[in-house]
Design a binder for this molecule. Sequence first.
Ligand code: SF4
Length: 112
Amino acid sequence: MAEVIDKIQKADMGQEVSKFNFWADKQPCWEKCHCPEMIKAECPATNYQFLPCWEIEGTYCKLDDHGATGKDTSICEVCRVFKKYGNGEPIRLKLYGKGIDTSMAELAKIAR
Ligand code: SF4
């Protein structure tokens, strides 16, 4: 699965507008939420644009606690990005293991 996702991502990044890019005709969450460059660089929502952010484990906004994996999507249910683009469908995570690393070592590295 990870190999397939990486292949799709690489194919997607080579094209300006791709059918795999969920955000192609939308205002992406990182723009709507005014995420700083440091967050955008780490967040899987920007790195895996073929899925909406609410279907990705470990996006920045799902992490409210040190050590959290970001599986809890309750914040998405009240988020204006999901309300605008989620079509009222139930949220189901589809991409795991690509989220922001919340280990102290990784956070220290990002802060440098
Ligand atoms: S809270 Fe959820 S829906 Fe809103 S921007 Fe973050 S990941 Fe996307």
